[in-house]
Design a binder for this molecule. Structure first.
Ligand SMILES: [Zn+2]
Length: 173
C-alpha cells in the first residue's frame, strides 16, 4: 500500500468538516467526534481511517482505531480492538448496555463480533461503499439465532465531508 497525499488531504478535510454536526444529539456528537479523532490517528499512521468508541452508562470504556498495517493482522479493525479493550475494562465479554460509535458502517466480521459481544446500539456516520458488505452486516444485526439484535442508527453529518470520505474509500478499496 502506497498512499498518496491527495487522499490524505481529502480525509483530513473530511475529519475537520465532520466536527460540524447538525441536529444531532449532543452526547452522540461528542462520542462520534472522539471516534473521528481515532480515525484521524489511524490516518496519521497510514491506516485506513476508521475509529470506534464504546460507551457504557455515559462513560467511555474503550477507544480504538484501525491497526491492520501496524500489527500486520487482518482482524485488527477498530471495532474488534474496541471490543477487546471494553471487555478487558469491565471484565466481561458481554457488553450489556454498551453502545458503539464508529465512523464507517462495520464490515461483516465486525458486525458478527458486535452482535456476539451483545452491543446494544451502533451509531455510524458513513455507509460502507460496498453495498454487499452493508447488506450482510445489517442481516447479522437484525437476524440471529440467539435473538440478540444490535440496533443501528446513522448519525447524519455534513454532506460535503461525507462525499470526501466516500471518495477516500472508493479510491482505496
Ligand atoms: Zn471490520
Amino acid at each position: 500500500m502506497e498512499p498518496g497525499q491527495d487522499w490524505k488531504i481529502a480525509a483530513l478535510t473530511f475529519l475537520a468538516y465532520v466536527h460540524f454536526f447538525n441536529g444531532v444529539d449532543r452526547m452522540n456528537s461528542k462520542y462520534m467526534e472522539l471516534a473521528i479523532k481515532e480515525a484521524q490517528l489511524a490516518l496519521e499512521e497510514n491506516e485506513v481511517p476508521i475509529g470506534a468508541v464504546i460507551v457504557k452508562d455515559n462513560k467511555i470504556i474503550a477507544k480504538a482505531h484501525n491497526m491492520k498495517e501496524k500489527k500486520q493482522d487482518a482482524t485488527k479493525h477498530a471495532e474488534i480492538i474496541a471490543i477487546q479493550k471494553a471487555s478487558k475494562k469491565i471484565k466481561n465479554w458481554r457488553l450489556i448496555d454498551c453502545d458503539i460509535y464508529v465512523t464507517l458502517f462495520p464490515c461483516p466480521m465486525c458486525a458478527s463480533a458486535l452482535q456476539q459481544a451483545r452491543i446494544r446500539n451502533l451509531y455510524y456516520t458513513l455507509e460502507n461503499t460496498d453495498s454487499k458488505c452493508m447488506k450482510i452486516s445489517k442481516q447479522i444485526f437484525e437476524k440471529n439465532n440467539t435473538n440478540q439484535t444490535v440496533n443501528y442508527e446513522q448519525l447524519i453529518c455534513e454532506d460535503k465531508s461525507l462525499a470526501l470520505l466516500q471518495k477516500f474509500f472508493q479510491k482505496k478499496r
